[in-house]
Write a protein that binds this ligand. Sequence first.
Ligand SMILES: [Zn+2]
Ligand SMILES: [Zn+2]
Length: 241
Amino acid sequence: MTKRLFRHAARTAAYIREYLFPADCPICGGELLDSAEAWYGLCRPCSNALVISDELRCTSCGRPLISEQGQCLQCRNEEPHIFDGAFSIFPYTGKYRKLLSAYKFGKKLPLGNFLAEQLMEALEKLPPTASERVLVPVPPRPGKIRKAGWDQVAYLGSRLRTLGQPVYPCLKRLPSKSQKELDKADRKTNLKGKILCTKPAPNTVILFDDVITTGATLDACTTALKENGAEKVYGVCLFYD
Ligand SMILES: [Zn+2]
Ligand SMILES: [Zn+2]
């Protein structure tokens, strides 16, 4: 309880600091000029330029298709995903990469407001209706939070809640290697049995995470959710790598 209170106080202090002394725009380095820019942590020209592209998307992982139809090459060459569909918002390159690193490593909390709104928009691209959707955060690796100092996915969840979106953290991750250190084949086996669903799963779930690479983490989370009662599980990710 004390720990939670302390976390809450630390978060509030960070917020106040951020709003009293707004940082510069992490994309162009320009000064943030008004309360709306400070709220999103981005200057208006940069936030207007960060748009969800309307390219055709892979029906499986939600990445934009290049010259393929239906499924992207990566999904076609792999075993089918266990999740029922996904939407991935921005490429993990250039200014989009800067955006994530300012949020994740620079802990620019106002960017959470911007990213949560992007997630809300992306939810419209998936089959579940607004009244069916329950969002479940992809759980962090134990130890990762200690190292990073915060859980940036859980924080996005708190912002989504303020936008009226139900968020239901019901997954737990047991110790395992970081997916980032592994190749494709090992990513699949690394998480076997390492994701637990700690409460009965909602019927229709949309998992959310920051980056999708092979989709192995979403698959492992889907397995746990489906074993605990979920019928349909989708994924929404801020960035695709
Ligand atoms: Zn800017
Ligand atoms: Zn795909």
